[in-house]
Design a protein around this ligand. Structure first.
Ligand code: NAD
Length: 518
């Protein structure tokens, strides 16, 4: 209750500020440890998705500002890379405490700019916080190998930072995804240029403030804003050695190609179409509740949202019950205590999802629950789509071919598990897939044959905790080194292998050897 009241207070402050101020506050750049008002003449309005009020204005950083940020990161790298690992570990511990202390502020900023409900916004922060906690063990993650390969001769490895790295973020997890990136980059000794989504930069700005408060040196983390021009800078400037991207396919493919063509490492998590297979022997209550929660939570705007349910055999009879569960979910502004799902990010995203629902009807599917035009009395201007369930979907339909990224469940029916797996493997994406069953043999078969980065067995959203890595398959991932965990550490570091010879003082070489040492 105390946390809830804190968040309510924050919302009231925001509203008062909006009402009093002639123009909303601008979002600053964070360069060399300072908040910098951009000199740009191009600004993007950030709207509260529940009310359409302009929460803030985000600059498209100018060429000079981008240059200053990169210069600052490059300068800071010189000393940050030589900081002791214990200091970097201590900073991670301090940062995790600061994030914990500011949880409500971060969550409230996410509700205001992104729209998700407050409890879910706390989850957004929490899942990112866990990466920071894991990076407090950087002393374990960075240990190398050592072997005495010959008398007096040792070979050993060290993982060294790359230099300046860049992160480009999507709108749907304003805290978690920046936290997938910069804590791993910084703990491993890099400096970072982070570009939050221009649609909800508030959480990243609070995180930068916390980094400053706990004493990360100036220039170690810089925040630059903008869209294409900023992205073009980050993927071409020679000082940037690696680019982390999370977002949609179009931007992701462009960024991956541009960054790698310019000689940079790149990891890119892209779009998704996550399937849940429901076997007839599944625990029905668990499976249906899990699917409803994972489809409609966060208004379906999670990359791991379950958007396709594949009912095998007799389980097809349960589809109407999913719709019943979905009907009970309450759609409201994210600060309302009874809200289960909030608005979608923008009127355009809402219109696109509504269009895909209509296309399903036009192409012969059946809409068993239609959330279009839902009334949310307190927020008449919000981008709301109520939970929507579409049955009898086929693989040719647009609603199946495209990522809807809204609270829409498309239902399909097959006769066997083999057919379900074939269907999933035929999809161009491979982010997550889950199976609901009581059979270990079915689960085992699914696990080994399905082409997906994250596999859930009776688990709807199997996002790995940070001691593992977030993996992806097929069209959902470009690159070969995944986000966070051991893979994340490898992405932001390069191996150096040293072979040393320390002989006794009186040993003497008698002549030069010209053959390959063996
Ligand atoms: P988006 O691709 O529109 O934006 C992501 C970033 O790319 C933003 O910072 C944006 O400024 C930049 N960008 C957008 N268009 C660009 C272009 N044409 N050229 C250069 N840069 C561009 O993505 P979004 O709408 O913010 O996020 C939703 C998408 O992200 C969904 O497709 C979702 O599946 C995906 N996502 C994937 C994961 C994952 O781990 N696989 C996680 C979260 C979100």
């Amino acid at each position: 209750l105390k946390q809830y009241k804190q968040a309510q207070r924050y919302q009231l402050q925001q509203l008062r500020r909006l009402n009093n101020a002639a123009a909303p506050e601008t979002t600053k750049l964070f360069i060399n440890g300072e908040y910098v008002e951009s000199q740009s003449d191009q600004w993007i309005d950030v709207h509260n998705p529940a009310t359409q009020e302009v929460v803030t204005r985000v600059p498209k950083a100018t060429a000079k500002e981008l240059e200053e940020a990169a210069h600052s990161a490059q300068l800071a790298f010189g000393s940050w890379r030589r900081t002791s690992i214990l200091t970097r570990q201590r900073k991670m511990l301090d940062l995790q405490q600061a994030i914990r202390d500011n949880m409500e502020r971060l969550a409230a900023s996410i509700v205001s700019e992104q729209g998700k409900v407050l409890s879910d916004a706390r989850g957004d922060v929490m899942r990112g916080l866990q990466v920071v906690e894991d990076m407090a063990s950087i002393t374990n993650h960075l240990q190398g190998q050592r072997l005495e390969v010959s008398a007096d001769m040792d070979t050993y490895t060290v993982r060294e930072p790359l230099g300046v790295v860049a992160g480009i973020c999507p709108f749907n997890f304003p805290a978690m995804i920046p936290l997938w990136m910069f804590p791993v980059a910084l703990a491993t000794g890099n400096t970072c240029l982070l570009k939050p989504s221009e649609r909800d930069p508030g959480a990243a700005m609070i995180l930068a403030e916390l980094c400053k408060d706990v004493g990360f040196p100036a220039g170690v983390l810089n925040i630059v804003h903008g869209s294409h021009t900023t992205v073009d800078f980050l993927t071409s400037d020679p000082r940037v050695r690696a680019v982390s991207f999370v977002g949609g396919d179009r931007a992701g493919k462009y960024i991956y190609e541009r960054a790698t063509q310019n000689g940079k490492r790149c990891q890119a998590n892209l779009g998704a179409k996550n399937h849940a297979v429901v076997m007839p022997d599944a625990n029905k209550e668990h499976a249906l509740n899990a699917i409803a929660g994972a489809t409609f939570g966060a208004a379906g705007q999670r990359c791991m949202a379950l958007s396709v349910a594949v009912f095998v055999g007799d389980s097809g009879a349960w589809i109407s019950e999913i719709a019943e569960r979905a009907k009970q979910l309450r759609v409201n502004g994210g600060f309302e205590s009874d809200a289960d799902l909030g608005p979608m990010i923008s009127p355009e995203a809402l219109a696109r999802a509504e269009h895909l629902v209509q296309s399903a009807i036009d192409e012969g599917a059946t809409v068993t629950l239609d959330g279009r035009g839902i009334s949310v009395p307190k927020y008449p201007r919000g981008n709301f789509l109520g939970p929507t369930v579409i049955d009898h979907v086929t693989t040719q339909m647009q609603c199946y071919q495209q990522e809807i990224f809204g609270p829409v469940l498309t239902c399909m029916r097959v006769d066997t598990l083999d057919q379900a797996v074939e269907l999933i493997n035929g999809n161009r994406y491979g982010n997550g897939a889950s199976i609901f069953t009581r059979s270990g043999a079915c689960a085992r078969k699914f696990e080994s044959s399905v082409e997906a980065g994250q596999v859930g067995i009776n688990v709807p959203i199997p996002v790995p905790l940070p001691m593992f890595s977030f993996t992806g398959n097929k069209g959902s991932f470009l690159g070969d080194t995944n986000f966070y965990g051991r893979s994340g550490v490898n992405f932001y570091t390069q191996l150096k292998t040293i072979t040393s010879l320390w002989r006794k003082q009186d040993a003497e070489d008698r002549q030069a050897t010209v053959h390959m040492p063996t």
